[in-house]
Design a protein around this ligand. Structure first.
Ligand code: NAP
Length: 303
């Protein structure tokens, strides 16, 4: 009797191990600044990956590392269990979901779509409803962190959607981030992200103004940043963006035009505080000259 129980327990635990180690087939849409390093982490973890990008050619890096390339979002979702979308904005989401050969044209069901782009809560709610009617699950799961965090799986991921769906894909999210947290129903991840990026805009504007004020009064940027980075107000942001300012390096990790997009989305959802309004006006003005540079290029516009 004891022996039979032991054998049963062993078989059951083996079954669990086997089940949990089966890797889902993942589809990835959007191979931009963030998409490439994030998708690469999934490949490194052993997931089978099929990728699609609007502009051809950007998929070649992933293809060389073992990914399969799909010709459209529709053909990609037909071959995969879970589809991750990492594109620019609401317009891009519409194109990926509803465009010709978009995700919603697929003749299949039972898929989970994770939208990791920073977009409006409204478009997440709309796409979630549309997904439901054809038997797809939808989560919004935007990320905090930039290229460096994406390359080292250190993103913070905030998720909106159903608990069971979240639990089913949590291991995938944790392959790309140091944490993945369910913060509410569909759209809640997008709200959390817009809140965080509003603070990012205020930090950026504040750091630039502070350095310029010091410079105007004869204090060198390197001395001021050395003080800031050893003071109680120091943080990862002042270190990374401080270095960028000192090295005159405005290569985009996160573009200035993307922070304008996010401040506008936050405004549409009711963020109209004096600081948020000032930051939006300031970044909008800078966008004309520096939109494709990193957001810390605001310092050049303020100068
Ligand atoms: P990116 O480098 O500009 O890449 C954007 C991606 O979206 C590209 O693959 C682009 O395809 C695709 N795309 C744009 N419009 C499209 C359309 N109409 N149809 C299909 N695909 C379209 O942007 P990113 O920096 O990777 O950012 C992606 C998202 O993550 C954004 O929502 C951003 O706000 C957010 N985010 C970025 C950072 C960061 O530090 N960069 C950090 C956190 C969150 P093409 O190659 O064809 O242009």
């Amino acid at each position: 009797m004891m022996h039979t129980l032991q054998v049963l327990a062993f078989s059951f635990s083996n079954l669990l191990i086997t089940k949990s180690s089966i890797k889902m087939n993942i589809g990835w849409i959007g191979l931009g600044t963030m998409g490439v390093p994030m998708a690469t982490q999934l490949l490194k973890a052993g997931y089978q990956l099929t990728v699609y990008n609007r502009s051809e050619g950007k998929a070649s890096v992933l293809e060389a590392s073992g990914a399969t390339v799909a010709a459209s979002p529709q053909s990609l979702i037909e071959k995969t269990d879970v589809v991750i979308v990492m594109v620019t904005d609401d317009q891009a989401i519409r194109a990926v979901f509803e465009g010709e050969n978009g995700l919603l044209n697929a003749s299949t069901s039972g898929r989970t779509i994770i939208n990791m782009s920073t977009v409006s809560p409204a478009i997440s709610k709309e796409m979630s409803e549309k997904c439901k009617t054809i038997g797809f699950e939808y989560l919004d799961a935007p990320v905090s962190g930039s290229v460096k965090q994406a390359e080292t799986s250190q993103l913070a991921i905030m998720v909106g959607g159903d608990q069971t769906v979240f639990d089913s894909v949590k291991p995938i999210l944790e392959t790309m981030g140091k944490m993945a947290v369910l913060v509410g129903a569909v759209g809640a991840g997008n709200y959390a992200k817009l809140a965080i990026n509003s603070l990012l805009a205020l930090y950026t504007q504040g750091l630039a103004e502070t350095i310029l004020f010091a410079n105007q009064n004869g204090v060198r940027s390197e001395d001021l940043l050395n003080l800031i980075n050893n003071a109680a107000i120091s943080n990862v942001f002042t270190k990374i963006k401080g270095d960028a300012i000192l090295n005159d390096n405005f290569q985009p990790a996160f573009t200035l035009k993307n922070i304008v997009k996010d401040l506008r989305l936050a405004k549409d959802d009711g963020l109209e505080s004096p600081l948020a309004k000032t930051a939006l006006a300031s970044f909008e003005q800078a966008e004309e000259s520096y939109g494709n540079e990193d957001l810390i290029a605001i310092i050049k516009a303020l100068k």
